[in-house]
Design a binder for this molecule. Structure first.
Ligand code: CP
Ligand code: NVA
Length: 311
C-alpha cells in the first residue's frame, strides 16, 4: 500500500499497526530512526490548517526530514500546470507528499502520477490522519477500543466519515446521528456496517442524537460549516444542525464515564457548548496532541512499506 488517501484503504490489521506505532512514537519519539535524513516532504495546503500542518511538519522533523509547506499561490497549478505534471516533478525531490485540498479526485490523480507515498491531510470527503489520532486517544483513555460505543452527533462530513470507518475497523460500536440530508455517503455507511459486523462491533445510523449517545463512551462532533462548504448554506446548516449540538443535556444521556471529543477548530455555542468542550470530560487537547504521533506513525508505515492495504 503506497498511499493513505482514505481510511477504507486500510485493513483492520493495518489500523492496529498504526495505533501500535503511534503509541511507540509517543513513548519514544526518536524510535523511528532517521528515515528521512537528507529528504524533503512537501506539504501542499489549499485550505487553512493549524493542527495538521504543524503536527505533520513535526512528524517529518522527528524522522530526520525537512517539511516544506506550500500554498496554492506558490505553485504553478494556479497557472494551469496539470496535477499530473506537478506530481511527477514533486515526486522527484520528495520522500512523500502531504496534501490538503478540496476534491478527492485531485488527490487520487496526484497519487497515481507519482511513485512516492501521498498522505491525505483532509479533503472534502475524508480526514484519515484525524481518525487515527482519535482512535489513539480513545484507546489511551479507556485502555481498549472494542466494547466501547463512539457516538457522533452533527454533520456527516469528512471527519464523521473517516471516524466511523476507522471505529468500525477497530470493532467499536459506532452510532452516527445526523439530520436528514446530512448523513455520510452511502458507500461509507455500507463500509462501516460491514466492517463493524466483521470486527465484532455494531453500527447505528439515526436522525436522533439521544438514540446515538445512549450508553456511549465517547460523544464526538465537528463544525457545522466545513472548509469546502459554500458560505451561502450557513443559515440552512445552522437550522438543521442546532438540534445536534453537544450540550450538557446530551452528555447526560451518554454513559457515566463518557468523554467528549472534537477534531478542532471548535465553535463554542454552535456545535458544542463551552461547558462541555472546556469541561472535565473533554479530551480535545489530548486529541490534538495525538495528531503528532499519529502522523509520525502514518509516515513511518508508508515509508517502510508496512501497510498491506485491503485484500
Ligand atoms: N483537526 C484539524 O485537522 O485541524 P486543522 O484544520 O487545524 O489542521
Ligand atoms: N469538517 C471540518 C474539519 C476541520 C478540521 C472541515 O473540513 O472544515
Amino acid at each position: 500500500m503506497k498511499d493513505l488517501l482514505h481510511i477504507t484503504d486500510l485493513s483492520a490489521d493495518d489500523l492496529t499497526m498504526l495505533l501500535e506505532l503511534a503509541t511507540g512514537f509517543q513513548d519514544d519519539p526518536g524510535s523511528g530512526g532517521h528515515l528521512l535524513t537528507h529528504r524533503m516532504v512537501p506539504m501542499y495546503f489549499a485550505k487553512p490548517s493549524t493542527r495538521t500542518r504543524l503536527s505533520t511538519a513535526a512528524a517529518v522533523t522527528r524522522l530526520g526530514g525537512t517539511p516544506i509547506a506550500v500554498g496554492p499561490d506558490e505553485l504553478q497549478l494556479r497557472r494551469g500546470e496539470t496535477i499530473g505534471d506537478t506530481a511527477r516533478v514533486m515526486g522527484a525531490y520528495s520522500a512523500a507528499i502531504v496534501i490538503r485540498t478540496f476534491a478527492d479526485a485531485d488527490v487520487r490523480e496526484l497519487a497515481s502520477a507519482t511513485p512516492v507515498p501521498i498522505v491525505n491531510a483532509l479533503t472534502d470527503g475524508h480526514h484519515p490522519l484525524q481518525a487515527v489520532a482519535d482512535l489513539l486517544t480513545v484507546q489511551q483513555h479507556f485502555g481498549r477500543l472494542r466494547g466501547h460505543r463512539i457516538a457522533y452527533s452533527g454533520d456527516g462530513g469528512n471527519v464523521a466519515r473517516s471516524l466511523m470507518e476507522a471505529a468500525a475497523l477497530a470493532g467499536m460500536d459506532v452510532a452516527i446521528a445526523t439530520p436528514p440530508g446530512y448523513a455520510p455517503p452511502d458507500e461509507a455507511v455500507a463500509f462501516t456496517a460491514a466492517e463493524a459486523d466483521r470486527n465484532g462491533g455494531g453500527f447505528v445510523l439515526t436522525t436522533d442524537p439521544a438514540e446515538a449517545v445512549k450508553g456511549a463512551s465517547v460523544v464526538y462532533t465537528d463544525v457545522w460549516l466545513s472548509m469546502g462548504d459554500p458560505e451561502e448554506n450557513q443559515e440552512r446548516r445552522r437550522k438543521a444542525l442546532t438540534p445536534y449540538r453537544v450540550d450538557e443535556n446530551l452528555m447526560a444521556l451518554a454513559g457515566d464515564d463518557a468523554v467528549f471529543m472534537h477534531c478542532l477548530p471548535a465553535h463554542r455555542g454552535q456545535e458544542v457548548t463551552a461547558g462541555v468542550i472546556d469541561g472535565a470530560r473533554s479530551l480535545v487537547f489530548q486529541q490534538a496532541a495525538n495528531r503528532l504521533p499519529a502522523a509520525q506513525a502514518v509516515l513511518f508505515a508508508l515509508l517502510t512499506e508496512r501497510l498491506d492495504g485491503r485484500p
